[in-house]
Design a protein around this ligand. Structure first.
Ligand code: SF4
Ligand code: SF4
Length: 430
């Protein structure tokens, strides 16, 4: 069953056939204490401490929080405020100077035969190794894997849609880490005692689809589902509607309809944590746009944008806009002194980006209403937000907006509808 609305922006999956590469280890990494949904982590190291690659450097503050580990061996040089790519302001980060040796902690683990362990033991391990959702939201995985007792989980969905233009890191992960993905899915199904696993792939990633189909051919309770490409299919509610024809209620969660859903790369991270004992210290991201050295790269968490620019020889004088994430939902960065975090799925460089300063009156064409996947009225939201009629804004459910950007994309009057809704949410929350 298709979800309503949505658009078909130009895909620009230029790096789809680029194998995952690596870059040299940077001299410094900057590890934000807030790179997950929830409370910032609490540092357990201090300036001057020597740390190994994979060593825990910060612990969670409460249930909805996450652990943090060093992606390099070296010395903690300071804990200072550094620009945050999502919060767009300075925030505390642990700065580590690499000694260039990449000396690791002992990754050996007793959890290899995961089916011998209880859900609680495995969830604690996932929490301890700092796994969060890698699709962008960075929700701590241990929380999603601990539904209340009255919530029965029937389905676990691996989201391989990657519907944002340009981004191809999930596609490459599905092709190059298909075994880890399928095993990660089985681990999660074991934890949740789920009946069925479904890996969903859009039909512009046929190589990934074929690879995964082969991998699960002998596993009866895992299915690969091929769906027609459409934006924003990767959004949780839209994907559940598409695959299972279930509606997640307004303000509700996938677990309310018996589903737990993770991005494909998150399952690989869960596999690495449980079977290999490796914490979340690096991730695959796409680097693309108007630059020569594009690709998909496995980079250490905390690598500074300026180091990536230098290593890839990118001439930023020709670049007008840099976005972390995809062009539809990503966040424009104002400084090269910004590190990547666990949720950074891509870095896009654009040279011909035009900033729209002016916008026009709504012509009531209703195009934004047609494409809104949440069945909202973006035209009225935009209008009432412009005139600061907050009581009226509330009537049109701004908090159901998933900030997909479809409305702004089609608006002929070039109204900045998503930016207006984000602003309204912050005002109403206050
Ligand atoms: S109102 Fe929100 S959910 Fe609807 S199209 Fe616009 S950004 Fe997407
Ligand atoms: S698309 Fe733009 S012009 Fe058309 S109804 Fe929506 S806000 Fe108005």
């Amino acid at each position: 069953m298709n979800f309503s609305g949505g658009i078909h922006p130009k895909e620009n999956k230029i790096t789809q056939h680029y194998r995952i590469g690596i870059l040299q280890i940077p001299q410094f990494v900057y590890l934000h204490l807030s790179q997950h949904t929830g409370k910032p982590s609490i540092p357990i190291v201090k300036t001057g401490d020597y740390v190994l690659r994979g060593q825990k450097i910060a612990q969670p503050d409460g249930l909805v929080s996450a652990s943090l580990h060093s992606p390099v061996s070296g010395k903690v040089v300071e804990i200072k405020e550094v620009l945050h790519p999502v919060l767009c302001k300075k925030f505390p980060a642990i700065v580590i100077e690499s000694d260039g040796h990449n000396k690791t902690i002992d990754f050996s683990t007793k959890y290899k035969e995961y089916f011998r362990f209880s859900a609680e033991e495995l969830v604690n391990r996932i929490k301890d190794l700092g796994i969060v959702g890698l699709g962008g939201a960075m929700f701590p995985s241990h929380v999603k894997l601990s539904p209340p007792r009255d919530k029965i989980i029937d389905y676990v969905i691996a989201n391989g849609c990657e519907c944002e233009p340009y981004l191809t890191c999930d596609d490459r992960v599905m092709q190059e880490n298909s075994l880890e993905l399928v095993e990660g899915l089985r681990i999660v199904m074991h934890i949740l005692n789920a009946l069925k696993g479904i890996i969903v792939v859009e039909d512009n990633k046929m190589q990934a689809y074929q690879k995964l189909k082969e991998k699960v051919s002998t596993i009866p309770n895992i299915e690969i589902k091929l769906v027609k490409t459409k934006y924003p299919q990767g959004a949780e509610k839209q994907l559940i509607k598409k695959v299972l024809n279930k509606e997640v209620p307004s303000g509700g969660l996938p677990m309310d309809v018996g589903v737990v859903l993770h991005n494909v790369a998150t399952f690989v991270a869960i596999y690495n944590a449980i079977v290999k004992g490796i914490p979340l210290i690096e991730r695959v991201l796409t680097i693309s746009g108007d630059i020569d050295r594009k690709g998909n790269f496995l980079l250490p968490i905390g690598m500074m944008l300026k180091d990536i620019v230098k290593m890839l020889n990118i001439d930023v004088n020709n670049i007008k806009k840099i976005i972390f994430g995809g062009p539809m939902m990503g966040i424009a960065q104002e400084s090269l002194e910004t590190p990547i975090i666990k949720g950074t799925s891509g870095i896009l460089f654009f040279s011909d980006y035009k900033i729209e300063q002016e916008y026009n009156q709504c012509i009531r064409c209703a195009k934004c209403v047609e494409v809104c996947p949440m069945k909202l009225m973006p035209n009225f939201l935009s209008l009432y937000i412009e005139y600061k009629k907050w009581d009226k804004v509330n009537i049109y459910s701004p908090f159901d907006c998933i900030e997909c950007g479809c409305c702004s994309y089609v608006c002929v009057a070039k109204r900045p509808i998503v930016a207006q809704i984000k602003y309204a949410k912050s005002i109403i929350k206050k």
